[in-house]
Design a protein around this ligand. Structure first.
Ligand code: R5P
Length: 298
């Protein structure tokens, strides 16, 4: 039982050591509150400063996407190898075991489909439900230059303001219309707008020309989407170039779950993102793991 002696005898005050006051490891996040920084530390690995987010939210506007027709079969084997799960609340509740303790970045917008105008979204999750689901962050698209640019930016502003009240960060996704030019000027514009409205991190696409300038001009971390399925070696090279030029990781979907071996691919992506594995070595790692898995390994 505690008594007064515990106080009288205390002498480990470290008088000669100044109080520790370390800067937070993530770009642009130094002034955030403890809860916000704690959630971001679950999303981004504090050692590498990066993340491998597994994105499987595609069904919210395009239905049963190839590779994730059955979320309950496709996703659980990948969970141990992902840092973060990015999905809708419907997918989470219906298909992801609640015993999965990986942080969830919750898709909080909807309202359109591949049959209509993609930029016409609305906020589709109440913050109370995000909290109920233990979301580590919430997310929606800004469609810069699209028909519903204003509305989509307003959605993300609303998420940021609501999330700020509860210490929940917001990921702003740069949604690109089919007729937009995917260049450094466009992504520089869209990612900067996302950061300036208060997004805590931003998802962009990798581009071959000027991606380092896009990263430099965005005051918060950028993660890249994978985009359309590429041969595994090319997808790993894209991930390598992105982190080499300053991206804080990937938010990758199709290039993982549409791979010939999704479990091998997500591990190879992780090696690139967290250990700077070169693309050739990461591709060999993918092939070796795939062979083992094909032969019946775990
Ligand atoms: C896009 O609608 C979704 O937010 C996806 O999560 C995002 O595009 C990342 O997936 P992928 O790597 O397949 O592009």
């Amino acid at each position: 039982m505690a008594d007064l002696d515990d106080i009288k005898d205390g002498k480990e005050f470290g008088i000669d050591q100044p109080a520790r006051n370390q800067p937070f490891f993530l770009k642009g996040a130094n002034a955030l509150d403890w809860g916000m920084q704690n959630r971001l530390s679950r999303i981004f690995n504090p050692v590498s400063g990066r993340t491998v987010m597994l994105a499987f939210d595609h069904g919210y506007f395009q239905g049963p996407t190839t590779g994730i027709e059955r979320l309950d079969l496709a996703i659980p084997p990948l969970i141990p190898h992902a840092d973060v799960l990015m999905c809708t609340r419907g997918a989470l509740r219906a298909c992801i075991p609640a015993t999965a303790t990986k942080p969830v970045v919750l898709r909080a917008s909807a309202g359109q489909s591949i049959l209509t105008e993609l930029s016409n979204e609305l906020v589709a999750v109440d913050i109370e439900d995000a909290i109920r689901l233990n979301a580590a962050a919430i997310t929606a698209q800004i469609y810069v230059g699209a028909e519903y640019e204003h509305k989509s930016i307003a959605n993300v502003v609303k998420l940021i303001d609501t999330g700020n009240r509860y210490g929940i960060p917001t990921l702003a996704v740069t949604g690109v219309g089919a007729d937009m030019v995917r260049d450094a000027r466009y992504f520089g514009l869209a990612t900067r707008i996302a950061a300036e409205i208060g997004a805590h991190y931003v998802k962009s696409y990798y581009i071959d020309e000027g991606f380092d300038r896009v990263v430099a001009g965005c005051p918060v971390p950028i993660v890249i989407a994978g985009g359309k399925k590429l041969p595994e070696g090319e997808a790993l090279e894209m991930a390598f170039k992105a982190v080499d030029q300053g991206a804080a990781g990937v938010d990758m979907g199709r290039n993982i779950f549409q791979s010939d071996s999704p479990v091998a691919m997500i591990q190879a992506v992780g090696a690139v993102v967290h250990r700077n594995e070169r693309p050739e070595q990461a591709h060999q790692m993918y092939l070796d793991l795939k062979s083992e898995l094909d032969a019946g390994g775990d």
